[in-house]
Ligand binder design. Sequence first.
Ligand code: TXA
Ligand code: MG
Length: 319
Amino acid sequence: MAEIINDFEKARDILQSDVLAIPTDTVYGLAANAFDSNLVAKIFEVKQRPSFDPLIVHTSSKYRIKDFTEKIPSVLDELVDKFWPGPLTIILPKKNLIPDIVTSGLKYVAIRIPNHPLTLKLLDQLDFPLAAPSANPFGYISPTSAMHVQRMLGHKISYILDGGDCSVGVESTIVGLENNSLIVYRHGGVSIEEIEEVVGKKNVLISRDSNTVAPGMLSSHYAPGIKLIIGNPKELIYDFSKNKPFLINFKSLIPDYPSELQVCLSKNGNLKEAALSLFSALHVADQSGAGMIIAELVPDEGLGKAINDRLARASFQKH
Ligand code: TXA
Ligand code: MG
């Protein structure tokens, strides 16, 4: 098992020569020196991540970004001024200092300043940025606590830096520019509505074919170990009663159904709270002894878009 540490200095030392699971505002990441190809290779190996799926580079200030990309274009600059540090990743042309392994050979690099005090302090004191994908085996549920990382990767890594539960709970929103238009490649912790408030409604395009541009956005992703189907739990529990389903409800529990076999994401129907609960709910479901999961979609607005995207990908699996 990995050693779970709280000690900031120890974390800084480990990162000189090894990978380290780190907390962020969105999900836990598996981090390594982004300038060191060998350490980055270890991330791919630990996660069993295909080499064609590029990593996000995390840093602590806009000033440092000059080392790994050209000037940030104004529309992206407005967004980062509003949302950094926070759950937004931007994609820009990369400079040579970022090794090809980080970007899977693409000429573009994904960059983010995460909003987590411990990790920001770490990034500030290191003289290199951190490449970090989510700290889960490839294609599996993302971790929102140190214990989630321990359960999924504890046998493969030496250390996890514990920074408490994540405050956002879904991954960052990924944006970039194509022909001067702003494209959203992945729904995440910053909603489309929030982005539109900054850049104007007609200036935002949503990428439908994210698989080619962001190769990691595969249809099947974020998947638990048991089958997940999307639908109305109330209606489906009878059809699937033989499978002992675990229910992920949006606002309310199903009366008379065992409480250990269901959760509700937000009693008040708050999508922020639901996003925060989503991956935990999937981890609990996976550990519950249930034979399958029935999950209800949430309203397709605000953070609901990120939640529904993750549920759709979790349901699309080849078990
Ligand atoms: O919130 C997050 O973004 C978390 C935390 C740890 O920062 N990280 C995360 O990383 O979700 P990961 O590797 O699980 O997902 C990153 C996504 C992948 O789907 C990848 O394909 C895409 O970002 N990506 C990375 N670099 C890219 C690039 N240069 N061009 C297009 N897509 C890129
Ligand atoms: Mg991931």
